[in-house]
Design a protein around this ligand. Sequence first.
Ligand code: NAI
Length: 413
Amino acid sequence: MSIVRDMELWPSGEQKIAWVRRYMPLLNHLEAEFEAEKPFLDKRIAVSVHMEAKTAYLCQVLAKGGAEVRATGSNPLSTQDDVAAALARSGVEVFALHGCTGGEYEEHLRRTLEFGPHAIVDDGGDLVQLLHGNSALSRNLSGGCEETTTGVLRLKARERAGELFFPMISVNDANCKHLFDNRYGTGQSVWDGIMRSTNLIVAGKTVVVAGYGWCGKGVSQKAKGLGARVIVTEVDPVKAIEAVMDGFTVMSMDEAAALGDVFVTVTGCKDVIVGRHFDIMKNGVLLANAGHFDVEIAKPDLLARAKEILPMRPNIEGYVMEDGRVLNLMAEGRLVNLASGDGHPAEIMDMSFALQALSVKYILENAGNLDNRVYPVPKAIDQYVASKKLAAMGFSIDRWSDEQREYVSGWQV
Ligand code: NAI
């Protein structure tokens, strides 16, 4: 039986799912195709992705393909209880509670896997972690797919150590994922989350973005578009040059800490903003994290310095320093775009989740023929998703003629 906060919450959850369905043409298409072809008949699929409307729709699409689907969230603060109720009501077993404890979160992951899935969809690597300690849970597993950068890094570390016991597809590395989801999706939804939960202006502020990877590029570009002065901090000199040439100021966090009004960490690393930075920050700064884990802003250092913690607004806590300055931590340092907002726009997740659905299909079709490795999304799937999306957006592009193809074939790979 599902574990959700309150089944009676389903009507608003169902409304949210109905809304995103209108903007996810690729998933609409796959839903119809899967319903006709039933590629997942007699298969069990476990999903651990932020429990909000787009994820719910992905689960329903997999179920239309004949799968028995169980789902949980991938972060206690991103679960939307009304969506969880609506998804459970539609026949998917759901184990997710907004704001659950760490212990409950683990329990939900375990319950999601208890039916012995044939495939998994993971976001951040928590399902994979649990499966590796428990052969009963992984007894039927053919493999799975990973959604995000941090999860892929964890998978690759396992692969290097010879400790990956089933094949996984790195959906994050597909072009139709990180070029759009990480960059435009995170870029927009981070500012959506910050603006809607603070009701403050971005224009004219100094924004410090830590990390100029795919997500950091998006967050920086959108901040610039909103009228902020943007400072980028990096550890990679190449990325730092890229940031400079994109028109941003680059400096170390030690220098930027005293200048910023808003800080956004999006590195996948830990302790990016620590005690010595908090010591020199301005009164009233906003601290937000968009990286996968809540370790980028060192909360223990904040706690150690706080003489008081004030609830400022929903999802914002004011840490009052000894000298009276207040540093505002958003969403407990968890993914700000999901904990303080609804995550990426539906049109973006349409591509990411189409890749997920097709990659799960690929894993199951190739069950037993893949090594225990991290595989890229097959190029044909990436290209298919791009072509379908472009067509759905109403754009057409040129095609090579036979002569052109022959002309470029000598040097084109
Ligand atoms: P990426 O690997 O493209 O970029 C990370 C960047 O951070 C790199 O350029 C790296 O050099 C830099 N970096 C690492 N440590 C640093 C430090 N201490 N200080 C400054 N810069 C540092 O990764 P991507 O795709 O941008 O993802 C970043 C994080 O965001 C990951 O944890 C990922 O899982 C997460 N993510 C979050 C999303 C969301 O919805 N909030 C969506 C997609 C990814």
